[in-house]
Design a protein around this ligand. Structure first.
Ligand SMILES: [Zn+2]
Ligand SMILES: [Zn+2]
Length: 345
């Protein structure tokens, strides 16, 4: 029939085998067709196996990360671009806002704020270096002395971290990884409490650097906000001599091009940092990783007995945030759920 083992797992409707094969295999196997011309996904949809087709279509999807971050760009990512952007922004700030000859002399108060902005920018660069170089929580691999072709066979299933979920097995690192971790195809290692691979810091965001990542984002907001305030003040207090036909914008662009460019670049960065910070804060408050939120259907631990979404780690936003602020990572102990009897009461 030209069926692969994955086709057979779908024909038999075996969720467990299907999950195992998807985790152990490559994306290529998902695209193979049987003699009837069906891929495993099409077969699952044809047979009305909703759960199986969900798993297969999720696995087939080429994620944004895989598409834009793999290959040559891979591990280097966009961190050098972000670094250059920050340096250009700092030079523009000094040259076109603080020491600009086309502006009137800076007052002591504004000068003080400017230096605060510069100091914050330099401190942000230090945190940027830390967050991109420090481990996000890589899990030690177990590949030494093992035949690379041997897929899941080398894994010790008696490990105490194994809860029986196939998604815990990493065929690349040959380990049973803790629940909530995931293999990053760019870093080529499993990451504890994997959140996402951030191309802008050229590193994964996981259990061990989530705190640094949030600090970096908040410092980014503070710096760009301060820079924008100083820039705006400089532009606003400048005497404007407009000819009758000239608009304010045209005057500013022609008279202070550097300052206008700085404002544009600064506000662009501020917007990005704000969006990312809000997204991260919401996730921390929910005690959910970005990966879990995006791939809910892949993880059985995120489903309650009724089959609907349930986050077992969510202890309420106050407890979640407090735990994160004290420990630097989210609590990964399962919350106590009310028993059936308590619910009835
Ligand atoms: Zn791995
Ligand atoms: Zn990564």
């Amino acid at each position: 029939m030209g069926c692969t083992p994955l086709h057979w797992a779908v024909i038999r409707g075996s969720l467990e085998v299907c999950t195992l094969l998807v985790h152990a295999g490559t994306k290529q196997e998902l695209t193979l067709r049987d003699r009837g011309g069906f891929t495993p996904l099409q077969l699952a949809a044809d047979k009305g196996q909703r759960h199986l087709s969900n798993i297969l279509s999720n696995a087939t999807k080429v994620s944004f990360g895989d598409k834009y971050c793999s290959g040559r760009l891979g591990k280097v990512g966009y961190a050098p671009i972000l670094f250059s952007y920050l340096v250009i922004l700092m030079i523009l700030f000094l040259k076109s806002i603080v020491f600009a000859s086309d502006f009137s002399r800076i007052t002591a108060a504004v000068g003080l704020w400017s230096w605060a902005a510069i100091s914050l920018a330099l401190a942000s660069q230090v945190v940027f270096y830390r967050v991109s170089r420090n481990t996000p929580g890589y899990i030690k691999t177990n590949t030494e002395g093992l035949d690379p072709k041997e897929l899941l066979m080398g894994i010790d299933l008696s490990s105490s971290t194994f809860t029986g979920s196939w998604s815990q097995l990493c065929p690349t690192c040959k380990i049973v990884r803790p629940v909530r971790s995931k293999h990053c195809p760019i870093c080529k290692q499993c990451v504890e409490q994997f959140d996402h691979h951030c191309p802008w810091i050229s590193n994964c965001v996981g259990k061990r650097n989530k705190w640094d990542f949030l600090v970096f984002l908040c410092m980014g907001i503070a710096t760009t906000l301060l820079g924008a305030a100083v820039g705006f003040h400089r532009l606003w207090t400048e005497p404007i001599i407009l000819s009758s036909s000239e608009s304010w914008t045209h005057f500013m662009v022609t008279k202070h091009p550097g300052a206008v460019l700085f404002m544009f670049m600064d506000i662009f960065l501020l917007t990005g940092a704000l969006i990312l910070t809000v997204a991260q804060a919401v996730m921390i408050a929910r005690n959910l990783t970005t990966n879990e939120a995006a791939n809910q259907s892949r993880y059985t631990y995120l489903r309650g007995p009724d089959g609907r979404f349930r986050n077992p780690y969510n202890q309420g936003w106050q407890k979640n945030c407090a735990y994160f602020l004290v420990n630097g990572y989210n609590n990964d102990e399962e919350a106590a759920w009310p028993t059936l009897q308590q619910t009835v009461e």
